[in-house]
Design a protein around this ligand. Sequence first.
Ligand SMILES: [Zn+2]
Length: 206
Amino acid sequence: MGGLGSGTYRRPSRQARVEDFCAADVRVWHREGLLQPGRPFTRIWTENGRLVQRHEFLPGRDVLIVLRAGQPERLCLEWTPCTYGGARPWFLCPGCGTRRAKLFEVRDRFLCRSCGRLAYQSQQERPGDRLALRAKRLAARIGGGGVLPNTLAGKPPRMHWRTYALIEQRAAVAWAASVEARQREIIRRCAGLGRTLGNLPPARDQ
Ligand SMILES: [Zn+2]
């Protein structure tokens, strides 16, 4: 979170991350029994113990009203049957009308991730870092303590050798790909730097 509730408006951009916006998760609210028609409830959003946003909601049968200070906002709900009985709720995104479990408050409006043009933090990480993280996670599953490439600690008890070998192979592939991606990134940056230097006027002798 950040910037919310501070009274300043932050223009959403391609770089805006879902983690920075108040999320409304209708599945969680349903699980908590909050979607009782006619019974208002309050939700607060905090960051490091600090209150960043607070809203009152009034549920109806197929609607959830956000009781904002100015204009109340109307969020439509849709219910779909579950396999084992009962029904689960969805938001219908006010921007695109698609069913969504989560909406994010962007510019005093709840919108889906696409309409708010929000990205997950992981999508902004460089490919090399993302692949290295994947390799480390795989290595951790086979006792590598999350450290690669050659400190695998042997097969954990009760794991099949075939599973172990498969995970080890995937970790190695991810690691090699991460090294390659990082090399490409360095080459790309050097090329960019070269172009920048090429555009500079030649140094004059004193
Ligand atoms: Zn949408």
